[in-house]
Design a binder for this molecule. Structure first.
Ligand SMILES: [Zn+2]
Length: 340
């Protein structure tokens, strides 16, 4: 008996360290804190530099941006859900109604869940922007949506750090950087038409589009972010989101643009809507518009990096809760169709 015990012990210890630890024992804030303003800044000064030529869909700058994202996911050892070295989901040119758009691609990376791997949480941003003007001036798109895209990279890194410590999320997470948003939400439309994982198993979409700036309504006020859509399909999601903010972040969650009567109709205007129309609960994280929106002056020096980090942490912590709680989010409300 003794002999067997001594032989079995090292094997047992090795098995324990390789296995996932009980996720309830993890402190998600420890991993949220790996999302730092310094790292976001470093990413964004490259991602929104003139070298990337405004990341116009199908153009060389967008290809450079796609390669940047792919290399970052590879550095994190996050595999592609497509397989091998292929991190690109090709979007056919026939999807574009306007102009002569060249072939383009969504960028995807995947963290497989430990207990419910078939249930997928999608964390998304669009990485394209509007390119250059006829004189070759670059529209850097640092806020739109460089901020959301470097945010997704840092969120991915935080989940990877937790996994390395044995805290792999229960559900799977798809990191989805879509193309063609500025051409009419095309990359996300294609993803939801040809999903890599069944939409029926897609539990939620957290979409980040512009989280690096402060809009005129909030200048000199407390830290905030606009939340749009959180209560549209799932009371559960809305309550989860509120609770996570209260527990960890305590930011002002502004629902001004969530109002059905708001003339901006932002709920229908970024990539999350392609998920929402398929009955998938979503939250859209947004800082509101500002004077530099879709101008050459949307540059990385104007980003509020501490606030960008805090907002990305809120998305990470919300994702953590969705991915790790026992029950899948409950959809309890009907879809609101875009009537326009
Ligand atoms: Zn945008």
């Amino acid at each position: 008996m003794k002999k067997i015990w001594f032989l079995a012990l090292p094997a047992l210890l090795a098995a324990c360290s390789a296995h996932n630890k009980k996720i309830e024992n993890a402190d998600p804030m420890e991993y949220a804190n790996t999302i730092t303003s310094e790292e976001l800044k470093e990413h964004l000064y490259t991602f929104a530099s003139d070298e990337f030529e405004g990341r116009e869909t199908g153009e060389p700058g967008q290809k450079m941006a796609a390669e940047y994202l792919k290399n970052e996911y590879k550095r994190l050892n996050l595999p592609s859900p497509i397989g091998g070295d292929d991190y690109y989901q090709e979007v056919p040119v026939s999807y574009f109604r306007r102009g002569n758009v060249k072939p383009t691609e969504n960028v995807v990376a995947f963290l497989k869940g430990s207990e419910k791997p078939d249930e997928i949480l999608v964390i998304s941003s669009h990485y394209d922007h509007v390119g250059m003007d006829d004189e070759g001036n670059v529209y850097n798109g640092a806020d739109d949506d460089g901020s959301g895209t470097v945010g997704v990279l840092e969120i991915a890194e935080a989940f990877v750090e937790a996994s390395k410590d044995g805290y792999t999320p229960k559900r799977s997470i798809l990191f989805l950087n879509v193309t063609g948003e500025e051409k009419g939400l095309v990359g996300s439309k294609f993803y939801t038409d040809e999903p890599i994982f069944p939409l029926a198993n897609t539990v939620a979409n957290l979409n980040i589009d512009m989280i690096g700036r402060i809009d005129p309504d909030h200048e000199g006020k407390d830290d905030y972010v606009y939340l749009i859509g959180s209560d549209k399909l799932s009371t559960d999601l809305h309550e989860l989101s509120e609770n996570v903010n209260t527990k960890f972040v305590n930011m002002d969650l502004d629902y001004k643009y969530n109002d059905e009567n708001d003339p901006n109709r932002f709920y229908y205007r970024s990539d999350h809507y392609n998920f929402a129309k398929n009955n998938i609960p979503i939250i859209f994280y947004f800082n509101g518009t500002h004077a530099d929106y879709h101008k050459m002056t949307d540059t990385p020096d104007k980003i509020e990096y501490d606030l960008l980090a805090k907002r990305a942490q809120l998305v990470f912590l919300t994702a953590w809760e969705i991915a790790n709680r026992d029950e899948r989010l409950v959809v309890d409300k009907p879809i609101e169709k875009d009537s326009e």
